[in-house]
Design a protein around this ligand. Sequence first.
Ligand code: IPM
Ligand code: MG
Length: 376
Amino acid sequence: MAKYRIAYLPGDGVGPEVLEAARMVLDAVGFDAEYVHGDVGWKFWCEEGNPLPERTIEVLKNTDACLFGAITSKPKDEAEAELAPHLKGKGLSYFSPIVAIRQMFDLYANVRPCKAFPGNPLNFRDDIDLVVFRENTEGLYSGVEFHPVPDEVVEVLGKHSPKMERFAAVPRDELAISCRIFTRKGCERIVRAAFEYAKQHNYPTVTVVEKPNVIRETSGMMVRIAREIAKEYPGIELWETNIDAMCMWLVKNPQDYGVLVSSNMFGDILSDLAAQLVGGLGFASAGNIGEDYGVFEPTHGSAPKYAGQYKVNPTAAILAARLMLRWLGEEEKAERIERAVADVIAEGKVRTYDMGGSASTLEMAEAIAAKAERGR
Ligand code: IPM
Ligand code: MG
């Protein structure tokens, strides 16, 4: 029997091809796993009215960790239009499977390392080493949303907040509300995860990125909790920066920052910005980590226009596999993958189109796999 059972959810678009690449590298380092396929994504929405079928949730429940490719998401109306005829008009609504998985399995930390590999022609600078800790289960992505807004909701909000007065007379179908929900527990555990990571990997600072001067209650709570937790880590400085200013500083002086911690949506935005500083989404991997399960994925989307062409850069998916190995405690294999990626990039002989080369997804993966297999 294999040592690990890994859920394998390729999804759609370029998801299957980048996971195939990641598998090549995992096989090369001798990762001993049985992969259990799970259906997820657009096809299952169109055919079954559910992009995350129950049978896939069972696969997740019965595995040690999950490798996730990418999935296409579309806004509400477009999604409805693509449903199979027999499913139309049944009140089904599309949801993002990855967001659902994060909430369902309480994968509260979305960890996104953005480190520049020397020699990558796409680096903004070569000395960038950022890690974004994004709260992954609440905030603006909690899914508590209204449109049209029921009268009762408007009334209750009006009763508790004078600021609601301005909206009281707006026709209910011309009003939309998305709730930004924070909990003390949610803030504590993401901030703690960020500090723990900084401690283990010797980062001198953790920057909490919010907007407490305007979004007083939610951002305010996150920053207050960050101050409390920072006291437990005397060797690490807590920096506080507003999200808007942070975007500016990340373009101005990205090399000054280390670990960043933020809520769900700000963290989502920050992680794309940080990824671009080190070569773009082709290099950005993510671990969605909870107490006892982890889902590892490239941060990029399904890029439907490239699907089936084996053209996109598989590095993000390969680095996601590396994050998975690390989380499983397979440090030595994880290290070998990281060094192999660094070597292939530094040599510059095999490059995908985004890096100005002509290597295919699998050629890039083969080059990395060959080095990872040997180690150094
Ligand atoms: C990400 C993506 C997802 C998110 C989408 C695909 C729902 O942008 O993982 O960053 O917003 O979390
Ligand atoms: Mg994103």
